[in-house]
Design a protein around this ligand. Sequence first.
Ligand SMILES: Cc1cc2nc3c(=O)[nH]c(=O)nc-3n(C[C@H](O)[C@H](O)[C@H](O)COP(=O)(O)OP(=O)(O)OC[C@H]3O[C@@H](n4cnc5c(N)ncnc54)[C@H](O)[C@@H]3O)c2cc1C
Length: 408
Amino acid sequence: MPRQPPRVLISGASVAGPTAAYWLSRHGYAVTVVERMPLDRVRTSGHAVDLFGPAVDVADWMGVLPAVTDRRTRTETLSFQRDGGRGVDVQLHDMVAGISGKHVEIMRGELASILYEATRSDVEYVFEDSIQSIREQPDAVAVTFERAPADRFDLVIGADGLHSVVRHAVFGPEDQFRRFLGGYLAFAAIPNYLDLRGRMVVWNAPGRAALIYPVHGTTAARAGFLFRRSEELPLDHRDADGQKRLLRHLYGRDGGEVPRLLAETDAADDFYFDSISQIVMDRWTRGRVTLVGDAGYSPGPAVGGGTSIAMIGAYVLAQELARAGREYQAGLRAYEDHMHDVATRARGIGPSIMSTLIPRTRLQVRLIPELIRLVTRLPPSVQRRVVQMQATPARALESVHLIGPGAE
Ligand SMILES: Cc1cc2nc3c(=O)[nH]c(=O)nc-3n(C[C@H](O)[C@H](O)[C@H](O)COP(=O)(O)OP(=O)(O)OC[C@H]3O[C@@H](n4cnc5c(N)ncnc54)[C@H](O)[C@@H]3O)c2cc1C
């Protein structure tokens, strides 16, 4: 009798999950993906994310790069506004040219949607469900779900983000792995009431920033709030009203469009609030269970190229498992070894990105936009040298050398 294909369960259908699903199904695995959100929320929710260098290659090898490029954000200009002062415009294309030769910015929901479409015919997707428990047995992993019947799999992969349930079930509470980087961020889906086209507008004040950018091809925009905090806030993560109250308190006296952004955010249903934190784990595999993307090695939201690392990690995981055949443990170990260095480097950049993202002092509020603009006006070769002295996500990815699928 022919041997059954190995069965793998992936938790999470955003970036890392469908990417791993794509490559594992190509390597002959029978893949099931379970996602807590309904499909239409996966497609529409989220913020702008970046694919740099090797992550662009992975998208290319999957055949989705034309769709990704077509649905990119097209945000061209970053406009820093100042109360009573002259604003500063930075051309993002010039800024990115100095950072990485290959880069695409896309809304996370658009990317997830493209990855879902690329996998849906070969992969079984179960939406609006979640893993409830995971129990390792000698020859399989026994899993129970909130809704679906219990089942057994050869491997389980947690691609379920910063607050992964797989990590919690197998490695224990999140606190022991989460490193707070000294800030918070909130994002809300709001109408593009300024009718912005290709422009992100930012208001900075010492210790906080507010911003708005349009979602290309729609009438929607995203309002964002990022602020510093030396200590973690005792906030319940489900208390959206309390979080919105806190934003009103922190930004209540700011000018420009900030009052309107607060009002629009207050009315928004699609609202996200979280600490800017990283996941720090030395090993992220136990037995037949492993983690990929933010679940295992998030460098922090908005500060560290997490989307690129999620795509690269998913590709490497599938590649190493395929190479190891039924020797799963060897494949998982090789995956961890391969990703260890890039995960460590990526974690190193969050703290330094924080200082440009959220200026601390009045002087920094004034100087940082001017400095960014200055750098973008240098010739690309000089710019690249200046940027190479800084910690950037693209730089953290320089150590990654992927072997394309055709070159195996
Ligand atoms: C506000 C914000 C701004 C960001 N900006 C950038 C940026 O500019 N550039 C960049 O590269 N990255 C950015 N990031 C980070 C980026 O979003 C992540 O690094 C990337 O999405 C990681 O992909 P992932 O697939 O590992 O996890 P995620 O995208 O977090 O996906 C996890 C998936 O698992 C699902 N899930 C969660 N719990 C369960 C469960 N119990 N059962 C089943 N499914 C579950 C979630 O619904 C989600 O679909 C930002 C993040 C945030 C929050």
